[in-house]
Write a protein that binds this ligand. Structure first.
Ligand SMILES: Cc1ncc(COP(=O)(O)O)c(C=O)c1O
Length: 491
């Protein structure tokens, strides 16, 4: 940061110091002697103490009591400066000095440590009004007008006739399995490369995940692996009770091929569209293709209710059954009677208010995430060995996360080294999901690879890194990230 606006001299009055602090972007004065050498810094607290000790507004800066100033040579590596700020919370800024001890720049705590998060929530103008309304109407419950309106609005976003808002995407997936009657020992096919939440509900039901590898372009369920597995299981007479296909990082799987196979073998498809709200496949929204689909409104998703999810379908009977199971499975009777083991999975009316405001912004959020992806592609796409998740023709991803993949034959350093370098710069990145066939919770599960010679999911896991993709990311911040990645790949 430039320092000119912060520089003052010993004869500057306390009144003028206060005006300088008020006007400067970094709230301190840097006091220098007649030759321009650093003497000390002055912050609000120094002035307060001087006034309490009897100084007046017209007293010169030279009367301020002595104080330690934190400075470093201007060529100190930036990670070391950031580390110094992290380690000592009382330092508000570090002054950089040249060999003659003249100030050349400032590292301000609030600027340097304003970290860049992977995918933080991004609220708009109207969420708080909907939440306020829930308070005003005293609908602080898992029922009420916001919840009803949110479910109606979700019909538009999902392209589905029936919607049920619940407490999480995981709960939505669990309800999908329950309404399809998945129980102990039933095989359920699941995309291998995903977050654990896709497979957990299968395990809640004591069912048996069968893990299907990715294909290399969209990184989603490989139709080739799916077909091979279905052929084998049909021959053995153990076809799955359901198939959960994930739309990874907001990019739809090849639903044409997957639905054709599911129809051929009579297997119902559940879409795990937790990450893909606002994306499309063919002319329909992602999540409008299988029998049932689940969305997530977790805080890191493209829109959020802080925590929440939804189950959607064109089959009203399935959604009504899920609604019953999401509210403790009460029978239609005046008294409290329960014939089903069920759950407390409904979304709160308060949180649905956040969702209503967020849904109004969905198209903008998708457009911005796609723009962020394109900027990464423009800034990094020429690096040999660096590639991105494809967007096959006929689909449009929401680019929830922009993910890069580094080919070890061309880039010697591992993505986790990049993760650490970015972390040092206050930039959050994350590894790609670790495939389910490599997870302890899926030990012993059948895994069907993309081909006899290629496992795609574990390669993507080992080579890929998710970059900050949130819609609050500024252009400057993104350029900083691009510079870090370019620098890393040169190393
Ligand atoms: C692919 C996938 N499935 C399911 C979930 C579960 O959603 P939730 O966190 O709302 O339970 C998530 C996100 O967290 C996800 O990324």
């Amino acid at each position: 940061m430039t320092i000119e606006t912060n520089i003052v001299h010993p004869d500057t009055t306390i009144r003028a110091l206060m005006a300088t602090i008020e006007a400067a972007p970094v709230k301190l004065c840097v006091l220098v002697d007649d030759t321009g050498r650093l003497l000390r810094t002055v912050v609000d607290g120094d002035i307060r103490r001087a006034l309490l000790a009897g100084a007046s507004l017209e007293s010169p800066a030279s009367t301020l009591p002595a104080q330690d100033t934190v400075y470093r040579p201007a060529d100190t590596p930036r990670p070391d400066l950031i580390a110094a700020l992290i380690e000592n919370p009382s330092i508000s800024a570090i002054v950089l000095v040249d060999a003659d001890h003249r100030p050349t720049g400032l590292i301000a705590r609030n600027k340097a440590l304003s970290g860049i998060l992977l995918s933080p929530p991004h609220l708009g103008q109207s969420e708080s009004a909907y939440v306020r309304k829930a308070f005003d109407d005293n609908w602080i419950a898992p029922a009420g007008p916001n919840l009803n309106a949110f479910e109606v609005a979700l019909r538009g976003a999902s392209g589905r006739a029936h919607t049920l808002a619940v407490s999480s995407g995981t709960a939505a997936l669990h309800l999908a399995l329950r309404v399809l009657g998945v129980g102990a020992g039933d095989p359920v096919y699941v995309s291998d490369l995903t977050f654990a939440a896709t497979v957990q509900p299968v395990l809640y039901q004591n069912a048996r995940p069968v893990l299907i590898d990715s294909e290399p372009k969209s990184w989603n369920m490989s139709p080739a692996a799916l077909e091979r597995r279905l052929e084998k299981d049909a021959a053995a007479g153990c076809l799955p009770k359901a198939l959960i296909v994930v739309h990874l990082y907001g990019q739809s799987a090849d639903m044409g091929a997957i639905l054709a196979l599911s129809e051929r073998y009579g297997v119902p498809v559940i879409e795990d569209a937790a990450e893909s709200l606002g994306a499309s496949y063919g002319n329909r929204p992602s999540g409008a293709h299988g029998l049932l689909s689940a969305y997530s409104f977790n805080g890191n998703k493209i829109i959020t209710t802080s925590g929440g999810g939804a189950l959607v379908s064109d089959r009203g009977d399935l959604i009504e059954r899920a609604r019953m199971l999401s509210t403790q499975g009460r029978d239609p009777a005046e008294h409290y009677q329960h014939s089903h083991v069920a759950y407390n999975y409904r979304m709160s009316n308060v949180l649905a208010g956040i969702g209503l405001g967020q849904l109004e912004l969905l198209a903008d959020r998708v457009a911005r995430r796609r723009e962020i992806f394109e900027t990464y592609k423009a800034g990094l796409g020429d690096i040999p060995g660096l590639s991105f998740q494809d967007e096959p023709g006929g689909s449009q991803g929401n680019r929830w996360l922009s993910v890069i993949s580094l080919d070890p034959d061309q880039i010697a350093r591992h993505p986790y080294q990049l993760l650490r370098e970015l972390r040092h710069e206050g930039i959050e990145s994350r590894p790609a999901w670790k495939p389910m066939h490599m997870q302890p919770i899926c030990a012993g599960c059948v895994f069907e690879p993309h081909s006899a010679t290629e496992v795609v999911s574990s390669r993507l896991f080992l080579q890929s890194l998710c970059l900050p993709s949130g819609t609050t990311l500024s252009d400057d911040q993104q350029q900083r990230i691009i510079a870090c990645v370019r620098n890393f790949t040169k190393g």
